[in-house]
Design a protein around this ligand. Structure first.
Ligand code: N01
Length: 561
């Protein structure tokens, strides 16, 4: 303890982040394992990504009856969603409801930003420093920081000279922003930009959308859920729980077994039409091979492009919007409410910045390389995130051999997306190498949290003072993640954030696991059933500082990766 510092707080387990992951992790560690556990949360409330993402139109693309916890029948049955896709404020209400029902808030420190995490090798403890100087010592450290929580504001020259207001969608002011009558410039047409543009256009005096890469989108077909639907959801808890755990992406609907080229052209179009009417991510499930067969994918891509051309009245705008350079769903497929229709409004302009990029931001707006200038009062950056690795690197984690940013200098090396060699007793919920962003997140989160909890329980029952992923097991897993991506068309969109391509200087490594959550769950289970194959264990006598660590590699077998 330094002269000015507070006494450090000793814990069994520390969780960073109070979103879907952190809340469930705290519940399991505290209430099931009986550990002295705490969450450190930077925000002022629970919600994680939904605490920050409050931009106009922010809503989840997963359907509400699947975008929920399934670990408790009681919780599932006592909550009622109001729409097919939950909006951001409803998700926050849900997570507050969960946190209150489980009495979690008393063990969450809000407004508490982690500055640094350092593993103390001699003591097998994590030393965690937070803003304000408080220090925590913990045996187990679990990051529950999400995959998309580190915002990306592109380094466009001149932002500081802009005389209007500017916002990133992922850090939207909680009090909202009054855009009434404003000349708004929106940069970015990913899932977020596509959600927010129609809502901004309703308020703005004029909305100018700067598009660098055209994108597919399918109508979400959001609608209010009525009592009858809520009753159905309640009555089918068991079936829904089984369904989300057995579909490849964890959504509450099955993927068709049909192959696109095995039906006639007429049948295929009819099937696409029906899927278009159903809307949302279900569209992707109409054929089994849309992400594995180039020919099949082209049929879906052409179908959506023709829909864009039919919807958008101005021919040149329609051309720019449908001039898409990657296979459908090779980047995260957005879904929308009236996105393409928005370009038919008189107060909306599309600016193609593919060949004429933004050169700088000036006092009164945006200037393109050609010299063309767009006058703006407000700038909205819908420019995404430093995904998956960004939130972890921001924590300044130093393991037994050095800092994480050095260890991951050439890309994230992680075993199952759950554990990192040289970073003992640290678990990463939905880390790089896990299905996470390619799946319905709460389903993946529950699986991760359960696995981590059981692993910690195993360690405690076996007096393990230190567990650490083996470097070879992690390398094997990263190779498998690459192979899984290469078995699909995902590598065809090499400029996507899945590859880290949106962040200058970031290593190009395909980060999420594309083999599906069912296969992934089996890997995780087999690792656990084989005594945590691919992990090294260290046992020590019970006195912390005695340094009598006995190395014991319990399993040397390759886990079958
Ligand atoms: O971010 P993105 P997002 N000049 O990275 C453009 C999740 N999500 O926030 O494609 C001009 O996808 C960039 O252009 P380009 C979901 O997983 C979930 O939209 O790089 N443009 C692109 O158009 C999603 O995938 C929900 O050429 C620039 C856009 O900004 C993830 O969040 C809802 C630029 C960024 O698109 C991220 O989506 C919404 C520049 N300098 C989002 N820099 C749910 O339903 C960047 N761009 C839960």
């Amino acid at each position: 303890m330094g002269a000015n510092s507070e006494p450090s707080i000793f814990l069994d387990a520390l969780v960073i982040g109070a979103g879907f992951s952190g809340l469930y992790q705290l519940h399991r560690l505290r209430d099931d394992l009986g550990l002295k556990a705490l969450i450190l949360e930077q925000g002022g409330g629970v919600g994680g990504t939904w605490y920050w993402n409050r931009y106009p139109g922010a809503r989840c693309d997963s359907e509400s009856h699947g975008y929920a916890y399934f670990f408790s029948r009681e919780l599932h049955e006592s909550w009622q969603w109001s729409e097919r896709y939950p909006g951001h404020s409803e998700i926050r209400r849900y997570l507050n409801y969960v946190a209150d029902s489980l009495d979690l808030k008393k063990d969450i420190l809000f407004g508490c930003r982690v500055l640094q995490c350092r593993f103390l090798v001699d003591e097998n403890l994590w030393h965690v420093l937070v803003e304000g100087g408080k220090i925590f010592h913990t045996k187990w450290l679990v990051t529950a920081v999400g995959c998309l929580s580190s915002t990306n504001i592109p380094n466009i020259p001149g932002l500081s000279s802009f005389e209007g207001d500017w916002y990133h969608t992922g850090k939207w002011p909680h009090q909202g922003v009054d855009l009434t009558g404003a000349r708004v410039g929106q940069i970015g047409t990913g899932s977020t930009g596509i959600q927010t543009a129609p809502v901004i256009a309703e308020k703005a005096g004029h909305l100018t959308i700067f598009q660098r890469t055209a994108n597919y989108s399918v109508p979400a077909r959001n609608m209010p859920w009525d009592e009858a639907y809520a009753d159905w959801v309640r009555a089918h808890y068991t079936e829904l729980k089984a369904l989300v755990r057995t579909t490849p992406n964890g959504h509450p609907f099955r993927i068709s077994k049909n192959l696109a080229m095995e039906v006639s052209d007429v049948e295929r179009t009819e099937m696409f039409e029906r899927a278009w009417e159903k809307g949302g991510l279900r569209f992707r499930g109409v054929f089994n091979d849309l992400l594995t067969s180039r020919q099949a994918n082209e049929t879906a891509a052409n179908f959506i492009k023709s829909k864009i051309q039919m919807t958008v009245k101005h021919p040149e705008t329609a051309r720019i919007l449908s001039d898409i350079d990657h296979p459908y769903a090779a980047k995260r497929p957005p879904i929308d409410t009236n996105y393409f229709e928005t370009f038919n409004r008189n107060n909306v302009t599309l600016v193609d910045v593919t060949d004429d990029p933004i050169s700088k931001i000036v006092a009164g707006g945006i200037k393109l390389q050609s010299g063309a200038e767009h006058e703006l009062d407000t700038l909205v950056f819908a420019t995404g995130f430093d995904a998956m690795t960004g939130p972890l690197l921001r924590l300044n984690i130093t393991g037994s051999e050095g800092p994480l940013n050095e260890y991951w200098a050439t890309g994230p090396l992680s075993y199952l997306g759950l554990a990192i060699p040289n970073f003992p007793n640290l678990f990463t919920v939905t880390g790089p190498g896990s299905p996470s962003v390619l799946s319905n997140m709460p389903v993946s989160i529950e699986q991760h949290v359960d696995w981590i909890t059981e692993c910690i329980d195993y360690c405690m029952r076996n007096s393990v003072s230190r567990i650490e992923a083996e470097a070879d097991a992690a390398k094997g897993w990263v190779a498998h993640v690459r192979e899984a991506a290469e078995a699909t068309l995902l590598p065809d969109a090499a400029h996507s954030w899945y590859w880290g391509a949106n962040i200058p200087g970031k290593p190009r490594v395909f980060m999420p696991y594309a083999g599906g959550i069912v296969r992934y769950r089996k890997f995780c289970e087999s690792v656990a059933h084989n005594g945590y194959a691919g992990f090294n264990f260290f046992q020590s006598d019970k006195k912390r500082n005695k340094k009598q660590i006995i190395y014991q590699q319990i399993h040397t077998n390759d886990p079958g990766v």
